[in-house]
Design a protein. Sequence first.
Length: 347
Amino acid sequence: MQAQLQELIARARAEAAALKTRPAFEAYKASLVGPNGSLTGMMKTLGQLPKEERPAAGKMINEAKVAVQAILDEALRAIEASELAARLGPAIDPTLPTPDFPVGRRHPLTLVRDEICRILGTLGFTVREGPEVETEYYCFDALCTPSDHPARDAQDTYYFPEKTRFGNISKKGDSEKYLLRTHTSSVQIRTLLAEKPPVRILSPGRVFRRDNADATHSANFHQIEGLVVDRGITVCDLKATLDYLFQSLLGPGTKTRFRPHYFGYTEPSFEVDFAATHLSKVGKEWIEIMGCGMVDPLVLEEVGLDPKEWSGFAFGLGVERIAMTLYGVDDIRHFYANDVRFVRQFS
């Protein structure tokens, strides 16, 4: 029997290697271990052997059965690999560049900026832009903040060397200093000097201030400022505009409130708080969000407008603060980390 089993194993090894399809494999498997298979028939002869020979014969048959099963398993793996290769097609060279270009996504700050401009665009606002490198005149002097004004202490930083020149952006020529702008209000002055009222503009852009970086502050961030100058503009127009903006951003249940404040280029001036239904989740009813006010008559006179004929309002908000509220971002530094995993969350 030992010789027969060795011959069966050798034959199975040779014949199983030639199997190419699953039906052929199943048929061959049945010829070995099926009800009428060769190995099954040899197992049935155990009862015909003398008692003293049965243990040794049974051990040999079990060992042969294990060997045959291993041969069948290997043959099946080869057939499965062949079937998978047929479905996949020719082999791919992983060192070749991908034929597909990665699909990019807009940054969450871009999404929020564009949405604010879209909402206010329905009210007739148009976008104006200006240089990030500004002069003292446009950044401070024209906005009722002269060099000795206390409000400049926290803002007149990031100056360039006095001999630095940046082309034709100065009003006073070589006598003026240049700095990185601290707000986009400078765009409002440039617009009023170049255009006649009525004016209704938004000035989005990056600004720079001497802030220590933490979860809610950054030395550079993004603003959107709005300006309206026309005849008969009042605080009611300002309040209605901001109500429309925040209800469009955060839902119809959103409310805003004004608190008296001081800004050098608006009079009266207000801090704006808003309340929305989702704020209850963070344990707050009101959140401070921006500043605003009526354009100071001195600013109108500086750009050649008669404050008895013209009036207006201005407001400014931080894009990052709006984005953090909309998306539940708890650290402003996430916006600047260049981590694509963060950006992919937004659409």
